[in-house]
Design a protein around this ligand. Structure first.
Ligand code: TRP
Length: 461
């Protein structure tokens, strides 16, 4: 992808050089990279199991509302901040704050986002590692002819060995950092461009399969039959957190990709496309997984294993399932890879420019750090299974939920306030350059901050 080319070019910029960051080659290059960042495990793995364990439709409907009223305006805000400053998140915030004669401590918002990125990257790599393992299991025919119980057994067996999980986690982190350090060959760039549409197609095929053999009506009711009484404060918080997670918002990651956006790109329009594709993939994943969940009497609230059990049941059953399953996990791996690159890139450029180290050094530091934290997550499926905080949460639960439900939304609030109240109106208006400006400005100044605030106080209401 073009993103890779930009990164290659960036390595030529010396840390102490005030050169502005390079740009995407076209509007589509940016849309592709931003979609690559947004679409990932969040859509296909996390969305179904979060919806499943938070009452289905209540979660889904709230998530859609949050995408509209928080996701769209905040994504615009981040991209606009990035393009205005063309710097890493910390320096971008400091520069723009100074231009508005405001405190340089706005830079702390960039570090706050970096904390979220580091934590997310740590468990993201663990789960992406599972996808590599499942790619191999599928292709080698290990699911052929198994029934639902047996597929479930394979999953629990798989999680029980920490060394194996560590191996896959290490491999995936190396893949991510490898891309960041070296950049990727033409071949892989082209492959990725073709893999994203292929992922959509295979998901669609799985939905059709699930509709034929699964309990589609029950899945549709579960995901969309909305009953206001099922909303609780934890559902509201989880749905908001997931909206930020899936759109890659609240951490300065979209800001970083925004820093490479050429002036002539219409930000509002591209944001609509990215958000629409992201939601579409999540809904498709829901309709691929839940009909099978209900047909095979699995529990929708099975947690992180939901996708890794439900889909292999399908692959075990269909002719050529080993191949279809292998292809699915390969595409999932690519989706995860383009997302993890987006998680690591802001961290790397922030360290590179703030600590004035080489890009390679920064990349290795980020990789090693995130990798070490990830070990806590993978142990919580075996050796640390019984380590529970507040009697409920494993290390993995905390590593996923604290950044997602707390750090990202607070970061999002920060970016909303920054774009709405710190930056000058003339600056944001000329940057957005759209008829939608008044609507965006209203959303970003009032609705988004109030929305986030209200969600955070729901537990106390
Ligand atoms: N959006 C990705 C997904 O859904 C994850 C992701 C990529 C992300 N970049 C991010 C999450 C930045 C938070 C912040 O899988």
């Amino acid at each position: 992808m073009m993103l890779i080319r930009v990164m290659n070019d960036m390595t030529q910029i010396k840390p102490n050089n005030a050169v502005l960051l390079n740009q995407w080659s076209s509007k589509w290059a940016f849309i592709l990279a931003a979609t690559g960042a947004a679409v990932g495990l969040g859509n296909i793995w996390r969305f179904p199991y979060m919806a499943g364990s938070h009452g289905g439709s209540a979660f889904v409907v709230l998530y859609l509302i949050f995408v509209l009223i928080l996701g769209l305006p905040i994504m615009i805000a981040e991209i606009l901040i990035g393009r205005r400053a063309r710097k890493n998140p910390v320096d971008a915030l400091i520069t723009l704050a100074k231009q508005s004669k405001r405190s340089k401590y706005w830079g702390l918002l960039g570090w706050w986002g970096a904390l979220a990125l580091l934590l997310v990257l740590s468990f993201y790599s663990v789960v992406s590692g599972w996808s590599i393992a499942y790619l191999i299991k599928s292709i080698s025919g290990q699911f052929n002819g198994l029934n639902a119980d047996q597929v479930n057994h394979v999953w629990h067996q798989f999680l029980s060995n920490p060394w194996r999980l560590l191996g896959w986690h290490t491999l995936f982190m190396a893949l991510t950092i490898g891309v960041i350090i070296r950049g990727v060959h033409e071949g892989l760039e082209k492959a990725t461009q073709f893999m994203m549409p292929a992922l959509y197609l295979i998901l669609l095929a799985l939905v059709i399969y699930a509709a034929c053999v699964g309990n589609f009506a029950k899945a549709a009711r579960f995901l969309f039959d909305f009953n206001i009484n099922t909303i609780t404060s934890s559902v509201v918080i989880a749905a908001m957190g997931h909206a930020f997670f899936t759109l890659a918002l609240g951490a300065g990651a979209m800001l970083t990709y925004g820093a490479y956006v050429p002036k002539n790109v219409n930000i509002a329009q591209t944001v609509f496309i990215v958000a629409a594709l992201d939601v579409l993939v999540a809904i498709l994943a829901g309709f691929a997984i839940f009909p099978l969940v209900f047909a095979h009497h699995l529990s929708p609230s099975a947690g992180p294993g939901l996708m890794f059990v439900a889909l292999p049941i399908a692959f075990a059953d269909i002719p050529g399932g080993a191949f279809v399953g292998g292809l699915f996990f390969l595409l999932l791996l690519f989706a995860a890879w383009t997302s993890s690159i987006n998680l690591a890139e802001p961290l790397v450029i922030t360290l590179q420019y703030r600590l004035k180290v080489k890009r390679k050094t920064a990349a290795v530091l980020v990789g090693v750090f995130a990798w070490s934290i990830g070990i806590g997550s993978l142990l919580s499926f075996n050796l640390w299974k019984d380590v529970k905080f507040f009697h409920t949460y494993t290390v993995f639960d905390l590593a996923t939920n604290i950044p997602t439900n707390i750090i990202l939304p607070i970061g999002g609030l920060g970016f909303a306030l920054f774009a709405g109240w710190v930056m000058k109106k003339s600056a944001t208006r000329s940057e957005l350059n759209s008829k939608l400006y008044p609507a965006w400005r209203f959303l970003i100044r009032y609705i988004a901050p109030a929305g986030i605030f209200i969600v955070f106080i729901t537990p106390f209401l």
